[in-house]
Design a protein. Structure first.
Length: 494
């Protein structure tokens, strides 16, 4: 199973400005993996072939169709290759006067290095799914140019990482959940300004009167293509200068963790470009079986990873990984090596798409991330996962819908885990009050110690808005050893 979800909307900052901004829908940055059900129901479409670029994770082929977290749209992949560093953009789609989100940092690992060292050198080209590809082809027919009386304009937005600008087409449509390019651009600009510059520059670039986000909002509300394009050009020029003079590299070198909002923005871009267009395929499962699809949303996943103290030099395994959301988040948030195994066909296909897009997006954002391995198969029988479990430091099992029989078989799989490995689950593998005795001392459940039952709040999982709980335990032979030692002492006395 997998986990991804909706994110909290930032608080709207009200301030008197010289230009009135029309009310618009709030765009969700990339936060938690969005839920399958709310996403628009449009047939998926294969993208046109895209240019190949050298990428670390050797992506193969992906389904093309770009959509916002909650919308499906056709996908094409644009190579990251265009000479012009300046971009033009204009779209009056759902723009909102959202105030800068107060960032919440995830747990910090002093050994975690955020900067992708390729920032300092050119390492060739790579492929990714561009924003422009999401509004191209058949589904592009529902979009119209943001600026009246003008044919759609294509702009290019510069990222802080080692990449050529990403293409966006300045169009909009009236479907709230569909991908809206202007929202994507604005959110991306905001998060780059927030996280890649020292405080004084970040404050300047996010200024409520003259900052880049405000200028984009103002230009869109006025319907001024010239101002919108000029803002993108100024932003691109600023980013290129900051990359050349080392400002971005220097700032990243001081950081050891990402804020949850920053993590969600990147994950949302990936999910929107890969999963959203085909999200309806995730509903093809049979209720009442062990193969039921559900997602844990990013805020909850972050709490789980922090609670399990996952670090950058460790190994994370998700048994029943769905479309791979949690594995991607673990590798992005902590820098760890992550592995997932999923048996259902449709989630596996979408997981492959996400696995391909992930390293490219991380590279665009200039971030060093852990390697992600998403496998197809039964995690009880998959030999590769069996080998990885022997060196795993944290294992996640979303066993919310698993049968007692499957949970029992998973417990047998845990016998291969090393002592000290932490296990996260939605339901406990050992009930409270289950004590060791002569009759049950060989039960593997006695290897689970230091159990913590932790709450999660509403809207943390895709299948319900209700709150719930999850469990973290540690595998250890200490309890069995203590029981055995006590028995031996009693035997000697008698």
């Amino acid at each position: 199973m997998n986990f991804f979800g909706t994110k909290n909307k930032p608080v709207i900052k009200t301030k008197t400005v010289s230009v009135t901004v029309p009310a618009k829908r709030i765009v969700r940055p990339a936060a938690a993996p969005s839920r399958p059900s709310p996403l628009p129901k449009r047939p998926s479409q294969l993208s046109t072939p895209r240019d190949r670029l050298s990428v670390p994770s050797e992506p193969k082929e992906r389904v093309r169709r770009v959509v916002k977290r909650k919308a499906s749209t056709p996908t094409q992949v644009f190579s990251d290759d265009d000479d012009d560093d300046s971009g033009i953009e204009s779209s009056t789609s759902s723009l909102d006067t959202r105030k800068r989100i107060k960032s919440r940092a995830t747990s910090e690992d002093p050994n975690r290095k955020l900067e992708d060292t390729r920032l300092r050198k050119d390492e060739g080209r790579f492929e990714y799914l561009s924003g422009a590809s999401l509004v191209a082809g058949e589904f592009g027919k529902s979009y119209k140019s943001v600026f009246p009386g003008d044919s759609p304009t294509v702009v290019k937005l510069q990222y802080p990482g080692q990449s050529i600008p990403e293409k966006f087409t300045l169009v909009k449509n009236g479907v709230q959940q569909d991908y809206q390019p202007l929202d994507d651009i604005r959110e991306t600009v905001k998060f780059i300004c927030q996280n890649y510059f020292p405080e004084d520059l970040a404050k300047e670039y996010l200024d409520d009167e003259h900052g880049f986000e405000r200028r984009l909002l103002r230009a869109a509300s006025k319907g001024s293509k010239e101002d919108y394009v000029g803002t993108i050009q100024d932003f691109n020029t600023m980013i290129l200068k900051a990359k050349r003079d080392g400002t971005i590299s220097k700032e990243l070198s001081t950081k050891h963790s990402l804020t949850l909002e920053w993590i969600q923005r990147i994950l949302d871009q990936i999910y929107t470009r890969t999963v959203s267009p085909q999200v309806d395929s995730l509903k093809a499962y049979q209720n009442g079986t062990d193969n039921v699809y559900g997602e844990l949303l990013p805020p909850l996943v972050s709490e789980m990873l922090n609670g399990a103290e996952l670090k950058s030099d460790q190994v994370f395994v998700d048994l029943g990984s769905g479309v791979g959301n949690v594995c991607l988040q673990a590798s992005l948030e902590t820098g760890c090596e992550s592995w997932g195994c999923e048996v259902m066909e449709n989630p596996c296909k979408l997981a492959d798409l996400q696995a391909n897009e992930f390293p490219a997006r991380a590279r665009m954002w200039g971030l060093s991330v852990g390697k992600v391995h998403l496998l197809k198969g039964d995690f009880l029988a998959n030999q590769k996962i069996g080998e990885v479990l022997k060196r795993a430091d944290v294992v996640l099992v979303n066993n919310q819908a698993f049968s007692p029989d499957l949970n029992s078989k998973i417990m047998d799989r845990f016998l291969d885990l090393k002592d000290g490995c932490r296990i996260i689950s939605l339901k406990p593998f050992k009930q409270e009050g289950y004590e060791i005795s002569d009759r049950n001392q060989h039960d593997p459940r006695h290897l689970l110690v230091d159990e913590r039952k932790l709450p999660f709040y509403s809207k943390c999982v895709s299948w319900t808005d209700a709150p719930g709980e999850y469990h973290i335990v540690r595998k250890s032979h200490e309890r069995l050893k203590q029981f055995s030692d006590d028995n031996n002492r009693r035997t000697r006395r008698s």
